[in-house]
Design a protein around this ligand. Sequence first.
Ligand SMILES: Nc1ncnc2c1ncn2[C@@H]1O[C@H](COP(=O)(O)OP(=O)(O)O)[C@@H](O)[C@H]1O
Ligand SMILES: [Mg+2]
Length: 322
Amino acid sequence: MSADDAAPMLVFATSDKGGTGRSVTSCNIAYRLALHGLDVAYVDFDFGSPTAGALFEIGHAERGITDDRGMHSYLRGNTGEPRRLIVGRETDRPQLRRDAPGAGQLVLFPGDLGGAEFGCDNAMVARGTALFAQLLSEFAVVIVDLSAGRSVALEIALRATASTMLAHRAHRWLVFHRWTRQHVLAAGGLVHGQHGLIKTGAIWDRQRDKLLTVEKSEQARLASMRCVRTAVAASDWTHTVDRPAQAAWLKEQANALRELATANGIGAAMVLGQTPIEPMLQWREQLILDADVNAGLADPATVAAYTDLARRLTVPTTWDIE
Ligand SMILES: Nc1ncnc2c1ncn2[C@@H]1O[C@H](COP(=O)(O)OP(=O)(O)O)[C@@H](O)[C@H]1O
Ligand SMILES: [Mg+2]
């Protein structure tokens, strides 16, 4: 991963359910990418809950901004220039304000305070598409945090990536889910279901290009997707030796879950990586800095997981397409 080795990348962060760790994990990936020298845009497309500002500890944008220049206003056509917040300048967190040597710029495009979900129309799709194209010309990685489920945000993203303007640009999809039965079933449905990412994406692709076969389009969509398993419990149960029944049960469940994921088309081959349960994040949604590890507050494995996700996201070998 370096600042100049790859084409700009548009990354959509999705999940079927809320509370999957999509925003926290995406923000931490964005931060790690910036530390590695990449200019990164983080676009808050979670229209029902525009809280990305809180994760970067930007107090005045904790739940969206108030000057009617957030994402909601931009997509509705109320402003041509959405607000940009340079995280290193706007954050209240002192360690984030210090310029790390060689780091790229991390810029948040926040939502509007009080902004809510809205209906989708062609003009909104056009504005979203234009914004993504513009950001791809400025940033190495553009991460778009989408509202959960089959939302308007998702529709804009699917239609934008099917458009003539963006179809041939690198776009990637990360599907975040917890490592439980319900989350695995939900995430499998979001990827492969009748109204899921692949089938819906292919419908829009074929509206652009009538000669494209369903198979080809679905194949390309699938190849652009990976899952991220969040807050995964440790699989080391040596501490339960006193309770062998529990250890045996946990092992059995872990195996069953792996099988369920594979049966639902989101097995190991589809996984970009996973994050461990991080106590800090169980109490507070935030970036995990190296300083948190050095102070003995955060688990080193958490930072290792985010660094690894950032690396895998940007190395070409992860994506067997193009
Ligand atoms: N690795 C982790 N360990 C423990 N808690 C986590 C982890 N990742 C995320 N969380 C917590 O899970 C909750 C949901 O995360 P969030 O990113 O807000 O989900 P989403 O954006 O999918 O709704 C938050 O309280 C967050 O701090
Ligand atoms: Mg979120």
